[in-house]
Design a protein around this ligand. Sequence first.
Ligand code: GDP
Ligand code: MG
Length: 425
Amino acid sequence: MANNITVLVGLQWGDEGKGRMVDYLAQDVDIVARYQGGNNAGHTVVNEFGTYKLHLIPSGIFNKNVINILGPGMVIDIESLSEELEELEKAGISVDNIRVSDRATITFPFHRMEDNLEEDRLGGAAFGSTRRGIAYAYGERYMKKSIQVGELFYPDELKKRIYGLAEWKNLLFKNIYNSNETLDPDKVLQWLDKYGSKIKKYVCDTTSLLEESAANGKKVLFEAQLGSLRDIYYGIYPFTTSSCTLASYAPVGGGLFNKRIDKVIGVMKSFSSCVGAGPFVTEMPDEEAGSLREIAMEYGASTGRPRRIGHFDAVATRYGAMVQGVDEIALTKLDSLSGMKKLSICTEYDVNGKLTDKFGLTPELEIAKPVYIEMDGWSEDITGCRKFSELPEAAQKYVNKIEELVGYKIKYVSVGPERESLIVK
Ligand code: GDP
Ligand code: MG
């Protein structure tokens, strides 16, 4: 069977190294399509062109023959997109092959404002939002108040919609948040005009493009943001993101209906990391997390915040792989564990004295205690290994154990951030 339609997803809390894997896999595809999320994403790609942090633009952009689609399921801050396009162009990377769905949702500065007002109001109980307005952009899509990117081409209608929106928003800012800020609809229209003019040439009906390409046998790679455990339905709600991060959603958020998904590749990190609030069962105490955080450079690509660090959690990751319907796994950052004397893997949770291997609802995760097995570490630098057999025996054992516990085949082992630092098993 042809493997033409592939979806690449995260199996944990995000930041597993999806950008890195998409950059590698995109060498062999015709189209990369992001199908959810917004500029809260941070995908770091390291290749012959340098090191880039992508937020909205798909990680296939460094392959000049690949068409890179921002799909209908995304929320797009067109100011942020304009900046990202400019940065890439300045670095000599061609952005001619970008296509933005006319059905994608626009994220506005007033969404960022609401995100800030609400996080500030919550104070100590805040979600740890990236404050990019993502929840508000998605929320309004469901409330049917959003503006779609393609509406930029209908200025008269757009003006009416923005005036209506401003009236509603001003009631909200004034009466709920007691804010002195008022939203001037003409300023919003100016903003739309300014950044809209920079991105209009990329906007099209991306679904027709995908359908036609897939019908002609082109290879498509769907790229997800975040991971299973941040999915709006199956994740650690309400500490999730505001969209569906699962592979099953790719055809909807990406826009492809005449072909089925052939393969789902799940990316998982050799240990755990998590940005923002929410239960994190295998979290290491700060003194212990500190050195791994430095070695692995675990700081948010979008926010620069230090990521929370934990031991590998087989309960969470097995669940994460299950909800993705994963076919094969890419394990990343094995090199970051070099030098750790012992490695703990969580195999079960202790919930009020009862052992379970089930990944439950958030209130249960809040009280779950990790049950660990311990494995030997290794001290060798493994960044030069390109065959599985070249890895130290302890590293092989660690990978095999994780594969057995998670229950899906590990096909790739990443030993460095660079495109070619990869073992294909
Ligand atoms: P994403 O959000 O899933 O795309 O992941 P991020 O890019 O936010 O975080 C992954 C980080 O790990 C990035 O800084 C990558 O450059 C880096 N990275 C990815 N794979 C490896 C690896 O195998 N080893 C090392 N040392 N770093 C890696
Ligand atoms: Mg990231």
